[in-house]
Design a protein around this ligand. Structure first.
Ligand code: MG
Length: 224
């Protein structure tokens, strides 16, 4: 069984700022924060991003986690519809083909919190493709999220799990690093903004321009 763990943002879809817009809305409603500080989001986890944003407003995310998340997730449904969000090339066709195979199991490995991931995937009707995953609710370090994804895959697949056929697909250097932390192979895609040379410097097994190149994807993963 091939186990393939997909990153979400920049790999399957682009949210067009919907995530930060929803976070900004929740920060303003709860704490009167009018302007979010500058924060890097690509390749990071929700826990890490929110820790930084709260700290910039002299707040502690862990003290407000539940009330904040409720507002954030509810608003995200709306901001996704209002933002220039879109699916990346070839994504639905690739997932459909992979999901139809009996030798492939699909999961997610994302810095998004579990509920935010679900909202984003559902918005684009992709949620039904994925059966397990690791999420960024509680960890700032993506390597810890990769370990959660690995545990989740092992527990879902049981005896069918094959560690030598474990793949991570992502768009950032952090995706490549976290794949190696769980001894997975990794395909990097250029659809998230990182350049080919940045990605290659982290030595993935392959770099693809996009997931639209299905023959290269299948060849790399050894899926005939
Ligand atoms: Mg990403």
């Amino acid at each position: 069984m091939h186990t393939i763990l997909f990153d979400i943002d920049g790999t399957l879809l682009r949210c067009g700022g919907a995530g930060l817009a929803a976070i900004g809305h929740a920060m303003e409603q709860l704490f009167g924060v009018k302007q979010l500080g500058k924060v890097t989001v690509h390749g990071r986890t929700d826990q890490g991003i929110l820790n930084d944003l709260f700290e910039q407003s002299s707040l502690v995310f862990d003290d407000h986690r539940d009330e904040f998340n409720q507002k954030y997730w509810t608003k995200l449904t709306q901001t996704l519809g209002e933002s220039p969000s879109y699916l990346l090339p070839g994504v639905p066709a690739l997932l459909e083909q992979l999901a139809a195979r009996e030798d492939v199991a699909l999961g997610v490995l994302t810095g998004n919190s579990e509920r935010a991931a679900e909202v984003k995937l559902r918005h684009f009707n992709l949620d039904h493709f994925f059966h397990f995953g690791g999420f960024g609710d509680l960890h700032s370090n993506r390597n810890d999220v990769a370990r959660l994804a690995l545990e989740s895959a092992r527990s879902f697949l049981g005896g069918q799990f094959d560690a030598s056929r474990l793949w991570v697909i992502g768009d950032t250097v952090n995706d490549i690093v976290c794949a190696r932390a769980i001894d997975a192979k990794v395909v990097a895609v250029e659809t998230g903004g990182a350049s080919r040379s940045e990605l290659e410097a982290a030595v993935p097994d392959s770099v693809l321009a996009s997931l639209d190149d299905r023959s290269a994807f299948y060849k790399t993963l050894g899926l005939g």
